[in-house]
Design a protein around this ligand. Structure first.
Ligand code: FAD
Length: 479
């Protein structure tokens, strides 16, 4: 005879701020005892990277939405701040729980916190269980023929497709018997996640609807309106052709299982490309799982010998969108205003910082970490290292984006640049990506004063390219 469980279950929420397809929550509800839903803002555990400012803004709104959704289903969302292990111990003491469930995290520093939590709980005779949800594949299980991890995307993707069963999304619990006792938790405002002085989040508020419903609306809107043209249009920053699901994925408001389930019937080139991009996210996590310090250390050690330039003024000009190269500046301003930047422009802006300015990719990675609403522990460093050439399956070192040609190719009418740099909006298409070449007659009466209303280029791309090639060749030993 099985004994019926009676003590409550604590369910930890982290970057899985959803009710649908939430394996840990579903298992807790299924257990049939009261559920204590708990979010812990853990900024104290050593080695766990603190969230950037834009992510904190997102987190605030996502928690508010999750709290409402759980409330409708019957459960309180308790909020707390502190070390995960200590807060969980207090939650157990308050609720009398004998069981703690959570969905797995794959950032090694966070996974280590969870591993020690699991061991500690089990030592006390409590049940601790973790579930999947964030990734289609388990990085610890997918191995190359020689037992290592994958360093190149195409074989990784093939192995993932061959060896990973993509399950259906898990239904949300119909109702939850929420534990409603006393716990010394915090109110959402007490977590201090929002910017106040100054409140720079206006552009974020205008651009996003954080939370599970916002993520579902994005997914379905994208599939209906943009998926068919995704492959053709995804590189054009002036049109909205990509899903913009990245912050929803980063906060676990939507899962790759849900996305794949919605795409299951679609055989179009757009759907196939889109699946492949989600596959890049899996690959980034695979790399991070096996290379814990992906944000701090070159994946290819020969890059440790690189002589980066120390140029705070150039770094600041890049951060503020004042390099004089319109496509780079438009991207950096889109980032600052909305917390997001189009992928093509991320590549161009990153290449400019690394190869034109010869500034260490880690400075760029940090800036993105602070300013992106989709700042992601795996995608961000893996992408920066990819552009730098120091990463796995990285762009070849001699690929140095020309910001003018990239602008002309992907934003031919300058729609994107005009949206983000209105002060040069009146330039004819011909000069919109090379304002410094515009003859005086093109500037006349348009209130454009190069060097005053918009900067002249802070470096000459041709000379910068030559400099970068010399430095890169020196570390490759290919003179
Ligand atoms: P879509 O084109 O609609 O793609 C769907 C999803 O696939 C994305 O949401 C994302 O989860 C995944 N994806 C798409 N492209 C990539 C890629 N190249 N690598 C990994 N996953 C991808 N993405 C982040 O989610 N967080 C980051 O912090 C991040 N930093 C980046 C930094 C640099 C320098 C570069 C070049 C890229 C970075 N990316 C990052 C990858 C990519 O730019 C974004 O995922 C994408 O622009 C998000 O927009 P979307 O959701 O509309 O993408």
């Amino acid at each position: 005879m099985t004994r019926k469980a009676t003590a409550p279950t604590v369910v930890l929420f982290r970057r899985d701020l959803r009710v649908d397809d939430n394996a840990a929550l579903a298992a807790a509800a299924h257990r049939g005892t009261a559920v204590m839903a708990l979010y812990i803002l853990d900024e104290e555990t050593k080695d766990v990277r603190a969230m950037g400012a834009a992510s904190r803004w997102w987190l605030h709104h996502s928690l508010a939405t999750l709290g409402k959704r759980l409330g409708h289903a019957g459960a309180n969302l308790y909020l707390a701040r502190g070390r995960t292990g200590e807060v969980v111990a207090k939650a157990i003491a308050a609720s009398g729980a004998d069981c703690v469930f959570w969905n797995r995290r794959y950032d090694p520093s966070e996974a280590a916190v969870d591993a020690s939590l699991k061991a500690g709980l089990r030592e006390k005779g409590l049940t601790a269980r973790s579930f999947d949800g964030a990734l289609l594949h388990e990085p610890s299980l997918l191995k190359t023929g020689s037992g290592g991890f994958y360093k190149v995307y195409t074989p990784f993707r093939k192995a993932m497709a061959d060896k990973t069963d993509i399950r259906d999304p898990i239904d949300p619990p119909g109702s939850i018997d929420g534990w409603r006792g006393e716990f010394a938790g915090l109110r959402l405002d007490d977590l201090d996640l929002l910017p106040t002085k100054p409140d720079w989040a206006q552009g974020l508020r205008e651009s996003w609807t954080p939370g599970e419903e916002g993520g579902q609306a994005r997914l379905h809107g994208f599939i209906e309106n943009d998926l068919a043209d995704y492959e053709r249009q995804r590189d054009i920053p002036g049109v909205q052709a990509t899903s913009r699901l990245s912050p929803h994925l980063a906060f676990g408001e939507i899962t790759p299982f849900q996305i794949f389930a919605c795409l299951r019937k679609s055989k179009s080139a757009g759907a196939s490309k889109f699946r492949s991009e989600i596959g890049w996210r899996e690959f980034s996590y695979h790399l991070l799982f096996h290379n814990p310090d992906l944000a701090g250390r070159n994946f290819r050690p020969e890059f440790d010998a690189m002589s980066w330039r120390d140029d705070p003024r150039a770094l600041q000009a890049w951060q503020r969108g004042l390099t004089g190269y319109p496509i780079v500046d438009a991207g950096m301003r889109e980032l600052w205003r909305t917390g997001w930047m189009h992928n093509r422009v991320r590549m161009i802006a990153a290449s400019f910082l690394i190869k034109d300015l010869m500034i260490d990719w880690r400075h760029g990675e940090k800036w993105f970490w602070d300013t992106l609403v989709d700042a992601d522990a795996a995608n961000n460093p893996a992408s920066w290292q990819w552009v730098a050439g120091s990463g796995a399956d990285a762009a070849p070192y001699f690929r140095i984006f020309n910001p003018v040609l990239q602008g002309e190719k992907f934003d031919p009418q300058g729609e994107y640049v005009r949206r983000h740099i209105p002060e040069i909006g009146a330039l004819p298409d011909r000069y919109i990506h090379r304002p410094w070449e515009a003859p005086a007659s093109s500037l006349e009466g348009k209130n454009i004063k190069l060097g005053k209303s918009y900067p002249r280029p802070i470096v000459d791309h041709g000379a910068a390219r030559d400099r970068a090639l010399i430095v890169y060749q020196s570390i490759k030993g290919e003179k």
